[in-house]
Design a protein around this ligand. Sequence first.
Ligand code: ATP
Ligand code: MG
Length: 138
Amino acid sequence: MSNRTFTMIKPDAFSNGNSGDILSMIERAGFRIVAMKKTWLSADKAGEFYAVHSARPFYGELVEFMSSGPIVAAILEKDNAVADFRKLIGATDPSKAEEGTIRKLYAESVGKNAVHGSDSDENAAIEGSFFFSGMEQW
Ligand code: ATP
Ligand code: MG
């Protein structure tokens, strides 16, 4: 699975109408969409997804934001997917993100930062399975 990563277009980017532009950037960067859906996380589900951050001071804000509106969840495929996708999205804080990255273009703050990208092959597999099943052969 080292050629796969997982992404979400977060509620800010979805509600601002930036999903199409962001998906276009992702495809033009060479990622194949393996699975994709629009959904809306409950606070419980958002909390579960970001459970690794449950001790952090921003956890409540993060869970509230991620359950505040619809998102697009997707599994993406490309050589070196995890690292290349983190490069495409840019730094967590958009003011520190490189020019031309998705967060530089579409994120407004460290909290409302437009997209999620898995941080390891292991987490990519776990996060993909959180939203999709039976994708191994696609
Ligand atoms: P993501 O996991 O969403 O792709 P990331 O890997 O760049 O983002 P993490 O450290 O995993 O960053 O943090 C998860 C999310 O928590 C961030 O995307 C951001 O929305 C939120 N977050 C992180 N740090 C802060 C902070 N200092 N204040 C508010 N929200 C934060
Ligand atoms: Mg992260």
